[in-house]
Design a protein around this ligand. Structure first.
Ligand code: NIG
Ligand code: FE
Length: 422
């Protein structure tokens, strides 16, 4: 009992960010669809952190705690740590030569047909060690963190043999242990037909289904399985077979769908209960309707359309207006989109996809977390992981308005300062 006039002792806390403009992203778990994507759950006040988790949010919240470290945001915007739900971040070399060729009018498909593209990256990975791959990826992960990304999905897919795919997933696993950022690993053995199977695609699909997927699942090297479902690569029947095997082995499923040709990948994703269908530059109305019904997240990668110099972007407005949950990702990879920054993706999403600043923020936090089925992050609320970004902005709209520079002031992972400076 305390006598009248005596305050109860205040509980301790590790960190408080005070006087911030907080984009909480709402109190309910994701996904957000339609107009709800534009509601940032904005409030002015403090975020209090203890033991890596958020313990309180709101006006004057910090006053109720004995806080070890207080950071005055001075009205600046604080958001959840960004989640990048689609990258190919483990590889062994880049392909500058192809970018020059593409800009001279040669297409991505023509380059791929001549042994460039993914095939070239595969040759580089096969010649590399796990250490060499890690040495290349580590600085990229660091750049992601510096640009506000605290959780990143990382796909394999440049090995295309059991040994070489394992090498990529092993590199991702070791980098995850080094962290931050948090890494969510995805097996993408079905990224391309390896040269040794070029005349026998069915045999490679069998290898994936019978050997590679069970082995990856058994060793717990991936949480998800993805397929490049595309005309002339893995078509619908192959993709279905591969993803059904993945589900049987206990992996979650997602796919690269309708990137260049409309072949029904979005509908397949919906039928399989995939967590996401990604790219979707060529999605049609029936695909949109199927995804709306299944709640499959549309992960859009406008950086790829931009970097490939293509005129047709994914129909973000139609997807959002139809009620499909939309997320954004970098697609960071050595060929078709070489950027670690979600901020440049936002500038492209605003100008080309016609998304609002609120929508892009939703697409990179709560909806991106939902695309990876991570309910413990992507929002700022009690009990959630304290991954936070403070921005050099006092208005969320500045995030899409100020482009080509890094707007991050500081990044916190589990309440610890991991990038930027105070
Ligand atoms: O998502 N579309 C297929 N895969 C990657 C490209 C990878 C590469 O070109 O190396 C993508 O864009
Ligand atoms: Fe991709």
């Amino acid at each position: 009992m305390y006598t009248i006039g005596t305050m109860p002792p205040r509980p301790p806390a590790d960190l408080a960010i005070t006087d911030a403009l907080i984009a909480t992203m709402g109190s309910a778990a994701g996904p957000r669809v339609g107009a709800a994507m534009r509601d940032l759950g904005m409030l002015k006040g403090d975020v209090v952190v203890k033991g890596g988790k958020i313990v309180a949010v709101g006006a004057g919240a910090a006053k109720a705690y004995r806080v070890k470290k207080t950071i005055a945001a001075k009205g600046r915007l604080v958001t959840p740590g960004l989640v990048d739900p689609h990258t190919h971040a483990v590889f062994a070399g880049t392909r500058e030569d192809e970018f020059e060729l593409r800009n001279s009018g040669i297409t991505y498909a023509e380059i791929a047909a001549k042994g460039g593209g993914i095939k070239k990256s595969v040759a580089q990975v096969r010649a590399a060690t796990v250490e060499q791959i890690k040495d290349r990826t580590r600085p990229a992960l660091r750049r992601m963190l510096e640009h506000g990304t605290t959780t990143v999905e990382v796909k394999s897919g440049y090995g295309l043999s059991l040994k070489d795919e394992m090498k990529l997933l092993q590199a991702a696993k070791e980098l995850a242990a080094e962290g931050p950022p948090d890494i969510v690993p995805t097996f993408l053995g079905a990224h391309e037909i390896p040269v040794e199977y070029k005349d026998d695609r069915a045999a490679y699909v069998r290898l994936l289904v019978e050997k590679m997927i069970p082995e990856v699942a058994k060793k717990k090297l991936a949480k998800w399985c993805d397929v490049f479902c595309e005309k002339g690569i893995f078509e619908i029947a192959d993709s279905r077979m591969i993803l059904e095997a993945a589900k049987k082995a206990g992996l979650g499923v997602r796919l690269h769908a309708e990137e260049f040709a409309t072949i029904g990948g979005a509908k397949l994703a919906a039928d399989l209960g995939a967590a996401s269908a990604d790219h979707l530059m060529a999605i049609d109305d029936s695909g949109i309707d199927a995804m709306r019904q299944s709640g499959t997240v549309a992960v859009l990668l406008p950086g790829t359309t931009f970097f490939l110099g293509l005129p047709r972007y994914a129909p973000a407005r139609r997807l959002i207006d139809a009620g499909v949950p939309v997320a954004l990702a970098t697609d960071f990879n050595p060929g078709s989109c070489y950027t670690e920054s979600l901020q440049i993706i936002w500038a492209i999403a605003a100008t080309q996809l016609k998304m609002t600043a609120a929508e892009v923020l939703c697409a990179s936090t709560v909806n991106a977390a939902h695309a990876l089925r991570l309910a413990d992050r992507g929002r700022i609320g009690e009990g959630l992981v304290a991954d936070l970004v403070m921005w050099d902005a006092e208005d969320a709209r500045t995030l899409t308005y100020h482009f080509g520079v890094n707007q991050v002031v500081t990044v916190f992972r589990r309440g610890s300062l991991v990038a930027g400076k105070l």
